[in-house]
Design a protein around this ligand. Sequence first.
Ligand SMILES: C[S@@+](CC[C@H](N)C(=O)[O-])C[C@H]1O[C@@H](n2cnc3c(N)ncnc32)[C@H](O)[C@@H]1O
Length: 323
Amino acid sequence: MPARVRAMIEERAEAAGFSALKRAAGELSEAYREGKPTRMPAADHVAAYLVTRMPATWAAARAALGEAPEWNVASILDVGAGSGAAALAAADRFPGARDFTLVERDPSLADEARQFLPQARVLAADAEAMREFPPHDLVIAAYSLGEMGRDLTEALWAAARVALVVIEPGTPRGAARIALVRERLLALGAHMAAPCPAAMPCPLAAPDGCHFAARVERSSLHRRVKDGELGYEDEKYSYVAVARQPAKLGGARVLRHPRHHPGLIELELCTAEGPRHERVTKRDRERFRAARRAAWGTRFGGVTTVTETGAGEDPGPDSHGQS
Ligand SMILES: C[S@@+](CC[C@H](N)C(=O)[O-])C[C@H]1O[C@@H](n2cnc3c(N)ncnc32)[C@H](O)[C@@H]1O
């Protein structure tokens, strides 16, 4: 996250005081584990949310957007924006964006978003009560659709001039929601951009579903509040990114941390033909080099299709999907 935002979060945390922060963080964690919607009963909860959750959702959104193509994005709409983590991640990924609109029903989180994104229009509003959303190049809904009773997929897609990205927690429930959103969007004529290698029916069955992990460096305060020993945590997330224009697809998506052995790397992949376990040996020198660079969530293997239907160039064994 931008250093400016991290410094502002430290200030909020200091104002709350350590024991209040720790108590509020515990309550938020419990609510999150139980799948309850985000609620901020007091200022301490807002501070705890900023310290413990916002860096993680920022990291997930940034990682998902990092796998998206080089879209031309001048405006961004973030729905269920919280304190603005996804909008900030999108601003980092698409530095040309100048016009930001955030919709957030919790007034205290909306206030935080105004501080972090002073250039944004922040609407403290219930997204479920909105018939339609103002059109923007990129529309993003991160960790928010799962909290809503009404399905906003179609309305969000209608507002997306260039692309729509939906992110949910990397839990079985979150992954199942993303699978449903993906199916609806493809039926509405959206073009797959990431993470799938093609617009085929999703072959990844419950309970695991399709999910990835983003590494989050923990501040020392974050570590103390969470009683964590490690200097990092892995935030699991599921996502789908679709666009108005066809993107370069193909290759495969790496579905787990690759397993390294002497002279052998094992990869769990999702391909257009379904999940595949691949053993890459040193004998296949180029592919082995590509496998060494592969990581959970990256694209592996050449881009063989330009659109979901047409064939195109093959730039080599480890294109990482930036088209
Ligand atoms: C888990 S937080 C995620 C916030 C942010 N998108 C992020 O990635 O950090 C979910 C957010 O969605 C908001 N939300 C849930 N239902 C909403 C609704 N109907 N209208 C507007 N915001 C909503 C909640 O208030 C909360 O701030």
